[in-house]
Design a protein around this ligand. Sequence first.
Ligand SMILES: CCCCC/C=C\C/C=C\C=C\CC(=O)SCCNC(=O)CCNC(=O)[C@H](O)C(C)(C)COP(=O)(O)OP(=O)(O)OC[C@H]1O[C@@H](n2cnc3c(N)ncnc32)[C@H](O)[C@@H]1OP(=O)(O)O
Length: 280
Amino acid sequence: MLRCLPTFRARAARAMSTTPSLVQIEKKDNYAIVRLSRAPVNSLNMELLQAIDEAVQSLEQDKNIKGMILSSTNPKIFSAGLDITEMYQPKTKRLREFWRAFQNTYLRLYTTPLATVAAIEGHSPAGGCLLAMCCDSRVMSLGGPLIGLNETKLGIVAPFWMRDVMVNTIGHRETEKMLGLGLQVNALRGKEIGLIDEAVPVEQVHSVAEKLLLEWLSIPSSARKLTKAMMRDETAQKLRSRLDEDRSNFVDFCETDKVQSALAGYLAALKKKAEAKAAK
Ligand SMILES: CCCCC/C=C\C/C=C\C=C\CC(=O)SCCNC(=O)CCNC(=O)[C@H](O)C(C)(C)COP(=O)(O)OP(=O)(O)OC[C@H]1O[C@@H](n2cnc3c(N)ncnc32)[C@H](O)[C@@H]1OP(=O)(O)O
């Protein structure tokens, strides 16, 4: 048995070196930094969504960990939102499972008793914006990066729970404009409308995120957790009571010719843009 151990260790090490982790977790004293790490743009496929859900769950179970900073290994992109290739020409079974993973990740992150801060150095459209809005606070870098729910621009409609989280963050009228027009805004504008809490130069994003997290963690823990639950449970419960219906709506909607042709057009435009960039 003892002689088997090095072989087992070597195999495990080899497996780790060949299977890059989709989410990197770095533990500090009483909090962790969770970095999304799916090249090139952290688009949220089913496996990444599940990895985020599992990461948050494992931190919730660690009695030394009280909070987390959600971030990206790519300083240019926080997350490109849902992986459009999951929705384009899908297999129905996988599409249902994919949406279930999205629902679960949202519910986990929005209602986690951990204190959470999003450190947004790069772009954060659609599902990326949702992940950020699920956190208790958001810090974003000044300059180029944009954040927002741009679904209408793709010819798709965000589900009611993405809308609800945005309404809870920036209010009804700003959501009506952001969502209806598919707007994405920079950090300064984000701060004006309450989507972003701190807009800072990129090199300060992490230190300010830590400062905000420590502020949340300075509140007596049970009071902070109960207040978070009081603020968020009703919104989460609305989806929990309609999980199957929401999943069916998504699958039916996604499989329509109209949505499929909108997604085809959008993917082609992304590809063309990437090719033009590569040709430069
Ligand atoms: C009425 C009932 C309603 C029920 C509910 C129904 C439906 C709800 C449906 C959906 C909800 C969706 C939420 C979403 O999240 S949709 C996703 C929206 N995301 C985007 O629009 C972002 C698109 N990407 C970009 O804008 C840029 O890529 C980005 C700014 C993120 C980065 O730009 P950069 O120049 O650095 O990189 P690119 O060259 O553009 O991209 C590199 C590479 O990555 C591919 N890619 C980019 N984004 C995605 C994506 N979201 N999914 C899949 N792939 C993506 C891109 O095509 C390039 O690929 P390649 O050419 O190098 O192979």
